[in-house]
Structures are given as structure tokens and as C-alpha cells.
Design a protein around this ligand. Sequence first.
Ligand code: ZN
Length: 451
Amino acid sequence: MPTSYSPYWNPKNETLPRDELRALQLYKLRNLSEWAYARSPFHRRRFDAAGYRPAQLKTLDDLRRIPLMTREEWMASQLERPLFGDLLATQEVNAIRYHLTSGSSGRVPIRVLDSTKDWEWISELWCYGLWGFGVRPEDVVYFAFGYGSFIGFWGAHYGAEKLGALVIPGGAQSTENRVRQILEMGVTTVCSTPTYAFRLCQQATEMGIDLATDSRVDKLIVSGEPGGCIPAVRRRLEQAWGARCGDVAGMTEIGTLVVFECAHQPCGTHIIEDHVLEEVLHPERGEPVGYGELGERVVTSFGRAFMPLIRYRSRDMVMKVPHTTCGCGRTSDLYAGGIRGRWDDMQLIRGTNVYPRAVEEIVREHDAVDEFQIYIWRQDDLRDEITVRVELKPNRVAEWPELREKLAAALSSAHEGLRFNVDQVACGTLPRFELKAKRLVDGRPMTARGG
Ligand SMILES: [Zn+2]
């Protein structure tokens, strides 16, 4: 018998009036701040240097007395005192799990430890997101995920179990086997990156399978890249899968998801404000920006006690909008368009800012495109050039001449007339990604890179 469920995982907190929500945040921030000052040498050192004491926290605005925390400081501490630096607020022996960042772009990976209690919190937050998008105990949830040291969907796995769904860990196996498993097990919900959701469709097509009609999948939950909130990407995924597509986002530094899209699909993500405090600041000047303005996401997590994160600069590009933007009844604010990429991804080409997400929005409007790559290079050691390399679907290559012109024109007009080179590459030559897609390749000499 189908049961009638609340649309909210935590009906009380998710609909709390804003003033009560802010009071709850202040209470949790005080606790966190005291905990970190007393237990984490990293935070005590930084609080002392900034002349901040937890007792100074009288209102939520006093938050700004707390110094911002950067990845660089954290990494410096890790390198000085391997393996974990002095951020830990409790002894290593209390940990039950070790994870690290995917280590993309050749940076030092962030190493994290979590306790049993931290993991309970991590799965609880995933429950807000999974339940909020409509996952119920009757669902069969498939994780197209490698289950390695990268934290990725680990928390989502536990969240789906916690809410009572049947979980299928689609770990290390071929894409072909994953497609078979999705059909065989009557999977209703698939969790992956947007890029890998496309890859599964391509594989299914090669196997003569139409996932939209041959599978039971009606929910696609994507994470790890900005694609889930790019309208063209979403539309194509929803058509190919015959399913609703929802965006969620988290980060290894927090261990879990912190924003999720609800079943109303506002093309934006609710912030789980009873568990995290999210500020949006000007990326250079550091002052708060208002609703509807782009800024950098700065995050404080109330739940991860082992490694407290307080006013951590994520470098993520976001735009906050009020909760009333969505009609679901939640009182938590949203990020319109989800997480829009990273401020560090911005490229300066001959004086014009180019964001990979903006390029993707345009390229994905064209259904004939299978995969693409943005290549930046230097002409005659002098002038920066940008080339979009496009791989077409095998049965659509005849459309190239017309498509090339359309793309060049659309890309240029969206970038103050900047000239884009648009090249075709042979089918199957561009890299495919399972975790975080890296579609921007910078071929300029190191000294010439801007952005
Ligand atoms: Zn909503």
C-alpha cells in the first residue's frame, strides 16, 4: 500500500520561521565556536590572532568577527604537521573513517577523519536532499560511483539506507554492466555526476536500450559538477532518461551535501540552514553581497565535530535568493542555478571573462553535440586564443557546417564579441569522466595564465 508522506524530511526545521531559524543558527554557532576554541589548536591560534573570543558572539552579525578560513591555511597546517595538521578537535583514535579530496588540478589533497557521530550527521543531511527530491522507502537507488577514497556519494549511500530505500552500490564495474544492473534491479533513482548520466545513456544506446522507456528510473540526482542546474543539460538528461533531474551539492571539506533541489525543481538548491550557515561574500573585497548578486560561498558546518569548518572560503560561485522563490514551503534560502562553478575557473581571454559554465550552457543547447572541450592556447607567444572542440553524435556529423557557424556566433555574442574558434574532433576522442569532469584545458605557458 502506498503511504502518504510528508514532503519534508524534517518538517519542523525545514519550515521554521526565519527568525527562529536565525536563533537556532546563533545557538549552534556559539556551541561550535566554543568547541573549536577549546579543542582545535588550529582554530584557537587563528581566533587569538584575530582577537576573537566565542563570548563575543551576541548576534548572528557578530559572525563577522570570526576570521575567514582558507584552504591554503588548512594545507599549510597539514604539511607542517602531517598527516592532518592541527585542525582536529579530538584524538585520531576516535575516527572511524578516512577520506581525501579527489586531488584534481594536482593540488595537495585534503585529508579528513570522521567519527561515528559525524557520519550520522553526514547521512542525516543527505536524507534532507534525497527525501526532498522525492526518494521514498519504496525506491531502488543506484549509485554509479567508484566507492574509493574520494567521499563523493558515500554519504548519499548511507542517507538512502537511513530513509529506508533499497540501495545498490554500483561500484567498480563497467558502464555496460551498470546499465544492465539498472534494468535488472528495477532501479527508480540514479545518483551520478551529470556527465556520467550522459555516459550511461550513450552506453545504453550502443546496447540498443532506451533508458526512457526500458528502465523504471524516474528520478536522476546529479552532483559534483554545475550541470544539474544548467537548463540545457537538465532538459537533455530528462529526455534521455524519461526522469526528473535534481541537483545537489556538497564538498569533501564538509563531508556531505549542504544544498539540494526539492521536488518543485526550482532550478536552484535549498541550503540546509539548520545544519550549515552559508554566507555569500564578494570574492575579493570580502563584504556580504545581497540576494540576487553573484558572490563566493563561505560555509560554516555545525555538524562535523572532528574537523570544525568555520567561515571556510569555498571559492564556489553562487547567487542566493530568498526562500519565497520556491513554492515548496521550505523557509530555507536557495542558490539560484545551484553552484555555478568556481571563481578560480574564470579565464581572462583578451580582456574578456570566460566562465566554463557559460560555454557549457551554449554548447549543450545543441542536441547533436556528444562531448566538448574548451582549449585555451597562446598564438605566436602573444595572443590568447580559445577553441571549443566539439565531438558530434555519430549519426549527426552531417550537421557540422551549420552547427559550427551557430556555435561560433552564439559564443561570441555571449562574450562581448570575443572570437571563439570552433573545431570538430572525431567521435570518441575527447575524454569521458565518471567523477568531476575537466573540460577546460589550458595550453598556455604557466607564466601566461590569467583568471
Ligand atoms: Zn523548494
